[in-house]
Ligand binder design. Sequence first.
Ligand code: UTP
Length: 474
Amino acid sequence: MLQLKQKFEQAGQAHVFKFFDELDDSQKKALVEQLEMVDLQELDYLNKTLVFAENTETGIDFEKLIPAPYAPLPEDKNTDTKWLEAKKVGEDAIKAGKLAAFVVAGGQGTRLGFNAPKGLYKVTPVKEKSLFQVFAEKILSASKKYGVSIPWIVMTSHINNKATVEFFEENNYFGLNKNDVIFFKQGLMPAVDLNGKIILEEKGKIAMTPDGHGGCLRGMVRSGAIAELKKRGIECVSYFQVDNPLVDIIDPYFVGFHLLGKSEMSSKMIAKAYPLEKVGHFCMLNDKLTVVEYSDLPNEYQEQTDENGKLKFIAGSVAIHIVDVNFIEKLGSSQKDEDRLPFHRANKKIPFVNDNGECVKPEKPNGVKFEMFVFDALPMAKNPVIIEGFRGDEFSPVKNAEGLDSPLTCKNHQKAQWRRWFANAGVEIEADAEGIPSINIEVSPMFATNQADFTKAWNELPSKPSIADNLYLQ
Ligand code: UTP
């Protein structure tokens, strides 16, 4: 205990013990446990480089930035030789049990303002299935299709792990084999005030926040999840975020491109919907693939067009990747700076106790949270591959309570996808100009997870349901 106090004194963080003598034994124990988790050396480095640093410029020479190459969607995936070859390679790998699914669900979802882990949010239009149920059914349906068990890694945080695991338990793992769902908690980082001092959230508790989705790499290693995957013969994981029910989790084309390209980390790109869309941009910088966030890329670059009037930096990043298990292990366990993901700072409103020991909820950002981003691994990956995805079949996240990327837009996009599948299978459903059907419909992932499987399943239905409001295909 004395040693711990000394360490914090030497690091200029002795204030965390300010109310220590007022705490009861269990509170003291809890605070000590928290403090023991803090890497003071790392924190000192982050304070110097991110909190006190005068220069907050990105350091990117925009003149050297060029759009990253990608495999564009062909007119028809089912006749294009290259895409067909990728599909075959991907299917073989999936059938051989080399792929696992991996969702990062450790975020705090503050923008949605939902009082539970985001994966519990009811997202589908007819059955009101939760995000976790949608993903579970997609994985279950792929397991059945390929005749193989597909493990699913779920990254949670210390804050939402218990509620997440309980939800899976209560729902009997949505039909998945319990042993195939592997949870682990991501790491936490202390939050500091604008002077680099660790924030005391309560008298006996420091403010700790999840270390960003990039924390999944070291989290996978530290928790033993990687060792478990290797034991099961898994070679790569399909990485996705908890907020996007449209994601095609088990996509043989994507897996095939990744394997054929001998890539350590691959990505799906979606063509930006408009020049200033708030997504990261896939770019090449000094021969390295890198994602430049919209907030870092000046508007003039976001708006640049080529000689045909097409956006030059068109490739938007939507956080869908295939990542090699060995690559995760290398980055997640490395002590070398060149192999480790950098931290970024985010200014946040963080509740704190004032000098009188009263809890205060700040009105404006008063502190800094440190986060790693998974796409920062791309410049370190060998042969990174990017393929194009069709937005309507891949991406509609639930981020905000209202407006753009909200539950309403997401429901509409799900319905529009299924209406399109119906239309291509020869069944017309009335819709508005954006393709959103006039009736409420839902297709279970157990029925189909893509157009080709939908058409097949529909054609094989012995008796077709009538097309009416609240139609549900399962
Ligand atoms: P977001 O960037 O949307 O952050 O996360 P968030 O914390 O969920 O939401 P806001 O910003 O507070 O509204 C994108 C994905 O990364 C995961 C999230 O769960 C989501 O799937 N994530 C984010 C983590 O797993 N851990 C983190 O520390 C941060």
